[in-house]
Design a protein around this ligand. Structure first.
Ligand code: IMP
Length: 423
């Protein structure tokens, strides 16, 4: 069986958690392949809102196994909190969770390094979630990291000490004001490591290989979004992993030829949290309405998200880099009541009209070229089938499909599992 992928096509926060939860009934295994607790995947059902950071979004389904893949970075302290939250609900969550031995650990000093690095950058800061993601991936590629499998070895605490000491020297080097009590942070960390050790650690690439041979259905769950990809995103305002489709191959050990459907998720408009260029960003009442109606606050940090019109130049690029086969449009309901909708179809780039995503999309280089469409007034949140959708929404969807050359198969009209229209 092929492995299907689900990815965000914008700057994250597209609503991947909800859609993985909706799709999970079709899959035996849900596998996260990159990122860490910088992600906040929100799921709503039975009137309860759940936010997951590291644990895959299939965890609430009876029959799905949930794998944290080798490409993920795990903070044991946050992982423990997620498990504590789950324990308030009924279910054998621990038994449905598997952790790759090759996943790297976020140490308390990685978080401190993230904070020191950001503080040292001043106005040029990335706007990181400060979860230690960048420093952990730096240690991974620098071949210094500590992996989950190391926790099964006797000498892991020695490795830990050597690395934490080095980090402390690096924090001093940044020469910024940082208040912390490492002994306290370490006490929490070591306690949480014991909880992590109570879970099942596996050689996940072998597990997935055998699962494919046994015809199990597998969905790889991405985090963040394509425009935050370390290679293809708006560098340096990106995260530190490959959020695009290729990241699923390296982050799970799945061969490229084994990838099946690629589900690409996008919002009917655009949002971005943190710093970095955003050509279609709005500073008027339209942007304010998107933020307010769409409740656009970060699930991990609570920061307000920047809002703007949909950007087809960026979306086409994401569809292309990921090889998207099916599109899923989120939050159409948020645009109800807008008299007009703008769609960015090209960029004016240093005096030239271009339709591809260029090296640099900073505001001094890029101004968006828009086309306009009429909006719709109807409340979409109670709609259950495509036949109930207003004509203006249908026209909007069909325009996007034509431009992106990929069908929009699902339209989400609210945060609940049930507010999902299949086309
Ligand atoms: P980091 O990955 O925490 O270092 O953050 C780097 C950039 O990616 C910042 O602009 C963050 O706001 C953004 N970012 C990281 N994770 C997410 C996410 O899950 N959703 C949206 N933005 C994210």
């Amino acid at each position: 069986m092929a492995v299907d992928l689900l990815l965000g096509l914008q700057w994250g926060d597209e609503g991947k958690g909800k859609i993985v939860d909706v799709l999970t009934k079709n899959y035996d295994i849900i596998a996260r392949f990159q990122g860490g607790p910088n992600a906040g995947h929100t799921l709503e059902f039975d009137g309860i809102k759940h936010v997951l950071h590291t644990i895959p979004s299939g965890i609430f389904h009876e029959n799905a196994m949930n794998l944290v893949g080798n490409g993920v970075v795990i903070d044991p302290v946050i992982f423990k909190k997620e498990l504590d939250n789950l324990s308030k609900f009924e279910g054998n969550f621990k038994e449905k969770l598997l952790i790759s031995r090759k996943a790297h650990l976020i140490l308390p000093t990685h978080r401190l390094l993230d904070a020191a690095s950001e503080a040292s950058k001043g106005k040029a800061k990335i706007g990181s979630t400060l979860k230690g993601i960048g420093p952990t991936y730096m240690d991974k590629t620098g071949r210094n990291g500590i992996r989950v499998g190391d926790l099964e070895m006797d000498n892991w605490q020695e490795k830990y000490r050597a690395l934490a000491n080095k980090h402390e020297a690096m924090i001093d080097f940044y020469n910024v004001q940082l208040q912390y009590n490492l002994a306290e942070l370490e006490a929490d960390f070591f306690e949480a490591v014991e909880v992590l050790k109570s879970l099942k650690f596996i050689d996940s690439e072998e597990y997935l290989y055998q699962a494919q041979k046994a015809n199990k259905t597998i969905l790889a769950e991405g985090a963040q979004g394509s425009l935050l990809d370390i290679d293809f995103g708006t560098y340096p305002f990106v995260t530190s992993s490959n959020t695009t489709a290729a990241g699923a191959c390296t982050g799970l050990g799945v061969a490229p030829g084994k990838i099946g459907e690629v589900f690409g998720i996008f919002k009917a408009y655009t949002t971005r949290v943190g710093s970095g260029p955003f050509p279609t960003e709005l500073f008027d009442q339209y942007g304010e309405t998107m933020g307010r109606v769409g409740k656009e606050f970060g699930a991990t940090t609570g920061r307000p998200r920047r809002c703007g019109w949909i950007d087809l130049v960026a979306l086409k690029y994401a569809v292309q880099v990921n090889g998207v086969t099916q599109l899923i449009m989120m939050k159409g309901d948020v645009l109800s009541g807008f008299d007009k909708l703008k769609i960015c179809t090209a960029y004016n780039y240093r005096g030239e009209k271009i339709e591809h995503f260029p090296f640099n999309i900073e505001a001094e280089n890029v101004t968006p070229v828009y086309t306009e469409m009429p909006g719709w007034k109807e409340d979409l949140t109670k709609m259950t089938s495509a036949s109930q959708m207003p004509k203006a929404l249908n026209d909007y969807i069909e325009y996007l499909e034509k431009e992106l050359e990929v069908p929009i198969k699902i339209v989400s009209v609210g945060p609940d599992r049930t507010q999902t229209i299949h086309r």
